[in-house]
Design a protein around this ligand. Sequence first.
Ligand code: EPZ
Length: 446
Amino acid sequence: MMHEYLHIEQSLGLNGQASLFGAKNAVLVIMASTLLTNGKSRFTNVPRSHDVYQMMRLLTSLGAAVSFDEEVHILEIDTSFVNKFSVSADLMGKMRASVLVMGPLLARFGQAQVTLPGGCVIGARPIDYHLKNFERMGVFIESIQEVVCAKVAALRPTKLVFDYPSVGATENILMLATLTQGITRIVHAALEPEVLDLIAVLKKMGAKITIMPPATIEIEGVNQLYPVEHEIMPDRLEAGALLLAAAITGGQVHIPQAPAYAMEIFLSKLQDMGHVIQVGPLDVGITLKATTDPKAVSFKTTPYPGFPTDLQAPMMAAQCLASGTSIIEETVFENRLVHVRELQKMGAQIVVKHNVAHVTGVDELYGAQVIASDIRASCALVLAGLASTGITIMSAVHHWRRGYDALEQKLGLLGARIAYHYEESPKNTIDPLLSSAKQSHLHHVS
Ligand code: EPZ
């Protein structure tokens, strides 16, 4: 049986410059949107994260021709011969973002068959907002156990008022509306930066989309959309991870492509901690110089432009070593504090009441064997490991691989002692220093 883990040693004072790959939460939905067109689209700055490969498999199963030049991060998707509208349960179950093909398939074929994408550790993650709003647009939905069959009766342009600004539901409805005759309005839409990158792609394809304050998206349906070329927006979540790596180790990092314009509240909280932040012209590019005496800050996750839920776990790691108490409230997902248990194993002082974590800063964390529970929890544990005394072994590395493209290599270039290990059969006790495992990406600061 194979056993993979990240071996992380204390690496104080990370220092240097880092680049960013494209945002996972933009590229996945943009890949799905190619189903709205016939022909070959080309995307650059595409991350080699596992979810991207999963979406490639899904599109291929529908008849698309997909090629990914990993060396230069260029992905081409030809949808000329897409001839299926049903997605296998196996493919649906692998990734939440699979549900994002529903809107495009309904627009292309008038029907779509998927299975419920299932929940994960951070929550049940139902798709009721998606289905309810498809029905309001004239789609007939039939759910038989896990299988959802959607069929267009007669698509009608509608004003949809969302109860909650769901990112996925906004994206799914938006994509169907681009090819629905008439004016569709989404009131109380999600306007996350990744949704805006999707809108930029759809408009390049020929869609007619207007965003009206405070959060209404108006779509005028057109007859046809066309293949595009697009550079995926830089990943604000990868940028957040790199900034926090410098912050938690007392170092300094410069990220020339960082979309500061999409990270305002997060950056403001880092400044409240005492870290020095410099932002480049046009709010692109961020430099962080860590303070030697970080202050704990409190925050609550909410839809954009509020504090992003995807940076909650990584930011919590930084609070564990800050002076004072941080109160962190998670309001987007009902169970996104699973990483607390693992941080406590490392010596963090955290008390959870309902969906609020009370973090009291300590002087030191200690390396431990920890388990990643989701993508962003894996980032929190890596950050804590970089600051901890001793060695941290993080298993369930597949979460890390799903959300980041070899981020351990970028951290290594900043001086982090972090290595990916792969073992055919785990020993009784993991002693990475004696492990015969193939070591890759091990970076030692000279
Ligand atoms: C997207 O998920 C992101 N994933 C998530 O990133 C991100 O955390 C989330 O948006 C919020 O920003 C992708 O873009 C692939 P939602 P999504 O619909 O679309 C509930 C990561 O780590 N809900 O805004 O699923 C839902 O359960 C991932 O990169 C319903 O109840 O987010 C959640 O509690 C994690 N019914 C809340 O709304 C629905 O039909 C927000 O979900 C849909 C959602």
